[in-house]
Design a protein around this ligand. Sequence first.
Ligand SMILES: C[S@@+](CC[C@H](N)C(=O)[O-])C[C@H]1O[C@@H](n2cnc3c(N)ncnc32)[C@H](O)[C@@H]1O
Length: 285
Amino acid sequence: MKGDLKSILSKRLNSDELEVLIKSYDIIGDIGVIRIPEELSEHKATIAGAIMLQHKHVKAVWRQSSPVSGPYRVRSLEWVGGEKRAQTIHKENGYSLKVDVQECYFSPRLGAERMRIAGLAEDSELVVNMFAGVGSYSIAIGKYSGARKTISIDINPVAINYMKENILLNRLVGKILPIHGDARTTIENSLKELADRVLMPLPHEAFEYLDSAVAAIRPPRGWIHYYEFEHACKGEDPTKAVKQRVADRLKDCSAKVVDMHSRIVRQTGPNWYQIALDVQVEKQE
Ligand SMILES: C[S@@+](CC[C@H](N)C(=O)[O-])C[C@H]1O[C@@H](n2cnc3c(N)ncnc32)[C@H](O)[C@@H]1O
């Protein structure tokens, strides 16, 4: 079916309703996830039907009723159409990711960022992914880099189980090591001074864990991939404050910034951005 959601629904919703319809939504494997404003609640099944009409492979549609929240970074979802199923296999960049959209964090919008990080990992490196979820970044690194191993920590036991399935699904046994637990405690107990590269894909809270990332780095130096959300008005550079804040914090953690690159990964709302910093640090004793 050709056309966007708005045009597909133009005969079912009136002009006021079409005005509040949120046009963007996620397709994760064969599941659609959409935010539906309260005013359109009575039309939720119609909207679900329109998504399945637009994307013939979509078999289930869920309504996102909260932003991602809590320690596991999951969103509240209400089933609105198709099969009542939250588990799916998402394919991107030549690998597959099995995920339960209700129980685990997953965003199909970060596929390009996963490939960018995989492209930076060098041969024989040991990588630590502190907030690995179902293993999305780790699988990309395992598939597309020569990294020796990616140790992949997550606090959500369901995400770890999916990560284990994804390692099998993508034939990466031995290249990705899943660890269930808190990243800080895990690094403190068993991963100090081992990593050439550390990933911190927990944008709302990564700052609090910078000392652990530094602790994981093998002296004398290594790379930290840091994520954060930042607000910026029109014309402002949203990366500026993040770079300063992170450089200051790293200094407090006895880590000298040798090199730092920043980029906007995506816009997450009006004047809000997800920022990535690639920081090479040298440990100071
Ligand atoms: C924003 S999600 C990113 C997941 C994955 N990297 C991805 O992009 O698909 C952050 C993940 O960090 C996990 N997490 C949160 N706090 C944690 C902690 N203290 N230690 C380990 N994992 C944690 C959550 O369970 C969640 O899976």
